[in-house]
Ligand binder design. Structure first.
Ligand code: DX5
Ligand code: ZN
Length: 216
């Protein structure tokens, strides 16, 4: 399977957001990764639904929404209204994760569960069959441009095994510090989806950076 690339618009130029979304439309990007933060679950605030509504109107790529917020289940209708394909919720933010995953599915979206760097993959055993994707954070969430945490590679390998054991069809997505070098090692370890913010939007030619990530 070819690597799926999901550019994170957290690193886009918000004063020229339409231009950057149009660049993604014309590129080989598979999805658009949108990071919503609340200043509580993570120590930063990004953008919210009014901004994403405008993004949704002009993007031709499916939205991969990553909620770094407490009680993400409160916003299932808002994420659904964006026409999002994936709704990623953090394991650490959902004491009743099974219920939230079912609610996302019932709303017609594909549920994904996200793990912070310190959360073990083994904790996913009893939810893997119910989700379409696992998002492994390879930085502590909240900011773009951070350094890749090496231990993520072990987590990808462990998750690949757990997926095989449980017969799950979940994709493995990795987010944080992904560039050509870390991306190559991640796909080698078994990752299917690469999220990249600064490696794409800070590149001299973002469409070429997407092309290079696609070929990993
Ligand atoms: C971080 C976000 C990421 C971020 C990645 O909390 O979830 O999606 O945009 O940025 P880079 O690719 O620059 O590490
Ligand atoms: Zn993200």
């Amino acid at each position: 399977m070819k690597t799926i690339v999901s550019p994170s618009i957290l690193s886009a130029d918000f004063s020229c957001l339409a231009r950057d979304i149009e660049m993604l439309n014309q590129s080989e990007a598979d999805w658009v990764h949108a990071d919503i933060m609340d200043g509580v679950f993570v120590p930063n605030i990004s953008f919210g639904f009014p901004v994403l509504k405008s993004v949704a109107r002009i993007t031709q790529k499916p939205l991969d929404v990553h909620l770094m917020i407490v009680q993400p289940e409160k916003f299932i209708p808002e994420v659904k209204a964006l026409g999002a394909r994936f709704m990623n919720v953090h394991y650490e933010a959902c004491p009743h994760l099974h219920r939230v995953v079912q609610q996302i599915r019932e709303a017609g979206m594909q549920p994904a569960v996200t793990l912070n760097p310190a959360t073990p993959v083994a904790l996913l055993k009893d939810i893997l069959a119910d989700v379409d994707m696992v998002l492994l954070m390879s930085v502590n969430p909240g900011f773009g441009g951070q350094k890749f945490i090496e231990h993520t590679l072990d987590k990808v390998r462990e998750l690949r095994e757990l997926i095989a054991q449980t017969g799950s069809h979940a994709l493995i997505e990795v987010d944080g510090g992904v560039n050509l070098e870390t991306g190559a090692r991640l796909t080698e370890a078994g990752a299917n989806v690469l999220v990249a913010g600064s490696a794409i939007f800070n590149a001299p030619d973002p469409a070429a950076a997407i092309h290079a990530l696609k070929s990993l």
